[in-house]
Design a protein around this ligand. Structure first.
Ligand code: BGC
Length: 790
């Protein structure tokens, strides 16, 4: 702490800076020349300073899809583009990347994190961080640590042995700190081995700031901090959001009472000032391509398509020829899901569905699919429009207890956050939501959000109560209760709902959609269309109900009757291609009945164009899986995410994902991490270790197919000691023309060749005995190099 700061600010003034000023801003302090700092979620777009109702911003492909390119250049490019987006809005720090691991496939938030593998996650994170920070915008690694699932997320105690913690769950953080010096890190909601992550002196102070020499800022996850002295003393530097919170006056008192040393406060403030210095003054005027500009469209299409992954491709049905006739089937074809739910959501300027994308390129018959929603969701733009302007969205008026109007909002979507990131003179008591229903016919209408509802539509007035279903009011924002009713409406009719609020805050929205069709009718239409074309393309998937913050999955089964739809189509179509519009593993009971499966992730606003480009081979879907797909529910090394008496045991230790499958701790998976066919075939030859420890290896890859393609050579180390799991130690890639070869060299990361010696409290080198596997996922090992003793 400089003596200037020390003399300019007294203790309360210093402490005041250590809690946010609002949801996403930090307090300025003119006395020391400190300007307001602005933070924004991340990680797949820069949403802005509010949770909902923000500006239209670019929606990138989700983290797993980007990670599937296995390309640090891609991760760097995304960081750089996000820095542009941040600069355009005067944002200093983007709250990402999310680098928790895909421990159990049930984890709701996996879509937001890169991989089940710590090296892949860490290396991509480091590149993304450099992309942001090289361009003056701070990154925030989140969430430190052992934050791999959502159930009871504010209280769960994740029990992880020290070796696993360091070798697996801390490793991505360590890599991103050591290799990219991320300017901030977010402490998680959960407990780790009994202690809240925000009070984890062992992790924050001993390991991160101590052993790793980290100079950056550790910020709490939003509302995660529940203590004063314990969190301040543990190394947490900043409490978010503000202005209220457990520090402030109480922290001043704790210092006066001798519970917290003033030097601790100075250290926190010093780190905050370093962040301010690093991010500098924002440059909001910087020329940045608009979210809907041709340059962004092209970037987003390429980024999404390159990560898409060909899981199967019998008889080379993919890529589709341009003269193919196609029946494009499925709810996800017409209502493509481009992002997950929760804080990673942004408000994109537009979203291209697969139906829109493919019909631009091919003769396509589009057939809507079966229902995929399990609870009411806000109306899509085509089903609810502002009553006056006719633009997608709704009008919202907020009223005080005496009926006076506090605010009127024009919302571009059919949902809005109330009482959370707005600044109202008093809590609203009644909210009126109004829209017109442009389409007539039988509709399912209603509302989402806690309160007492009166809904008026189709000449009917319906009243219902919506209470908390689980968690608290804050969490209900991410999973609000809903109520619906079927009504017959005339096109353009007014639809209104008055809600008496209990809590005064939450997410509120209007539900409006056509009444669901009978499954047999939907399947019948799909089958009829599939019979008369060359290829049926069925788009299935998950939605932001499953791929979301705050809620975990309970099954990997596709929701609704989607599996039945695929099976029925596959039974009659000459060829069937399934596109999976999901970020995380799903079960595919129809796998043997279809010709090809393309895994499309949550592809961002250009999703439909990217899927079309991948299906036609205009861009090679050269992705490799970033997580292992179990063959059945329960068939993974870690499965349950439900704490037992508040504790979630990471009992599989370091045998997470493919590492556990390979050690027979779970049945053989449907697809291994690293699997992906691209659009060519490969021969491997002349594999060799380039040094006697096997840190550097080389292999020749020959493109034996008919198309230029990108091959990813993965190198795994299988230690002779069976207590040590096989692990990815590095990868390399080459883009090669048909009939040509390339020599690919891979340098392994030495951090994967060590183990944590708990008794000694230090790292030890792993014995060099073992094997190096050169593979395309562990289900397709192409060369094995034995490593002897020294
Ligand atoms: C999430 C964080 C996010 C924060 C701010 C929390 O609920 O866990 O990842 O950055 O909210 O929106």
């Amino acid at each position: 702490m400089s003596s200037f700061v020390d003399s300019a600010l007294d203790l309360p003034a210093k402490v005041a800076l250590l809690t946010g000023a609002s949801m996403f801003t930090l307090r300025p302090e003119p006395a020391i020349g400190l300007a307001e700092l602005r933070l924004s979620d991340g990680p797949t777009g820069v949403r802005g300073l509010t949770f909902s109702g923000g500006p239209a911003v670019t929606l990138f492909p989700n983290a797993t899809l980007l990670a599937s390119a296995w390309n640090t250049g891609t991760a760097y490019e995304v960081g750089r583009l996000l820095a542009e987006e941040a600069a355009a809005q005067g944002i200093h720090v983007v709250l990402g990347p999310t680098i928790n691991l895909h421990r159990s496939p049930l984890g709701g938030r996996l879509f937001e994190a890169y991989s089940e593998d710590p090296l892949l996650s860490g290396a991509l994170a480091a590149a993304y961080v450099r992309g942001l920070q090289d361009n003056g915008v701070g990154a925030c690694l989140k969430h430190l640590v052992a934050n791999e699932s959502e159930t009871e997320r504010h209280a769960v105690d994740c029990v992880v042995d020290e070796a696993t913690l360091r070798e697996v769950y801390l490793l991505p953080f360590e890599i991103a700190v050591a290799d990219a010096d991320a300017w901030s890190i977010m402490a998680a909601y959960n407990r780790v081995n009994g202690t809240p992550a925000t009070e984890q002196a062992h992790v924050i102070t001993d390991i991160v700031k101590g052993e790793w020499g980290y100079r950056g800022l550790v910020v709490s996850d939003w509302w995660a901090t529940t203590s004063t002295a314990p969190s301040a003393n543990a190394g947490l530097d900043l409490v978010m959001p503000g202005p209220a919170g457990p520090w402030g006056r109480q922290l001043v008192d704790a210092v006066k009472a001798g519970e917290v040393d003033e030097a601790v406060i100075d250290d926190h403030l010093g780190r905050l000032l370093l962040l301010a210095e690093r991010v500098g003054a924002p440059q909001p005027s910087r020329e940045v391509p608009a979210p809907d500009s041709p340059v962004r469209r092209a970037q987003l299409t390429r980024l999404a398509a390159e990560g898409m992954t060909v899981l199967t491709n019998e008889g080379g049905v993919l890529p589709l020829r341009r003269d193919t006739t196609v029946a494009l089937i499925g709810r996800h074809a017409v209502d493509t899901i481009d992002m997950g739910g929760g804080s990673a959501q942004v408000n994109p300027p537009y979203q291209v569905s697969v139906a829109e994308g493919l019909t631009e390129l091919l003769a396509v018959t589009v057939v809507d699919g079966v229902e995929v929603r399990e609870r009411p969701v806000p109306a899509g733009p085509e089903f609810a429009v502002h009553p006056d302007t006719g633009e997608p969205g709704m009008r919202v008026t907020l009223h005080a207890a005496d009926g006076s109007q506090l605010e009127e909002r024009d919302c571009p979507a059919a949902s809005t956050m109330i009482g959370i990131d707005d600044d109202l003179p008093e809590p609203p008591r009644v909210v009126r939501l109004s829209a017109r229903l442009p389409r007539g016919g039988r509709m399912l209408v209603g509302g989402i959000g806690i309160g007492t509802w009166e809904v008026r539509a189709g000449g009917q007035t319906v009243r219902f109560e919506l209470g908390l279903t689980s968690g608290d009011v804050g969490e209900a924002v991410l999973r609000p209760p809903g109520g619906t009713v079927l009504v017959d409406v005339e096109p353009g009719e007014l639809f209104e709902a008055d809600v008496a609020l209990d809590a005064g805050r939450g997410l509120y929205g209007l539900v409006a959609r056509p009444a669901p069709d009978d499954v047999a009718d939907v399947v019948g239409r799909a089958v009829a269309a599939a019979r008369s074309v060359d290829v049926a393309v069925v788009v299935v998937g998950l939605t932001e109900e499953q791929e979301t913050e705050a809620v975990d999955k309970t099954t990997l089964r596709l929701p609704g009757a989607q599996d039945d739809l695929v099976a029925a189509v596959a039974a009659v179509a000459p060829h069937t291609v399934v596109v999976v519009n999901a970020a995380t593993p799903v079960l595919m009971p129809w796998l043997d009945q279809v010709d090809a499966v393309l895994w499309a992730g949550l592809p961002g606003q250009e999703g439909g164009h990217a899927v079309a480009a991948a299906l036609l081979g205009d861009i090679e879907p050269a992705g490799r899986l970033v997580t292992t797909f179990p063959a059945a529910d329960g068939a993974s090394p870690a499965w349950s995410v439900t704490p037992v008496a508040g504790r979630l045991e990471y009992a599989e230790g370091p045998f997470v994902g493919y590492r556990g499958h390979a050690a027979d701790k779970a049945p053989a998976p449907a697809f291994w991490l690293g699997h992906g066919l691209g659009y060519s075939t490969w021969a491997y030859s002349d594999a060799a270790a380039l040094d006697d420890v096997g840190h550097r290896v080389a292999v020749t890859v020959t493109n034996t197919g008919g198309r230029t393609s990108r091959e990813v050579v993965q190198v795994y180390f299988r230690p002779a000691d069976e207590d040590q799991p096989v692990r990815l130690v590095g990868w390399g890639a080459a883009t090669v023309e048909p009939g040509q070869s390339a020599r690919v060299e891979v340098t392994g990361d030495p951090r994967l060749r060590r183990r944590w010696d708990t008794a000694q409290g230090s790292w030890a080198d792993l014995p060099r005995e073992g094997e190096l596997l050169l593979a395309r996922g562990l289900g397709d090992v192409r060369a094995t190099l034995r490593l002897g003793s020294a």
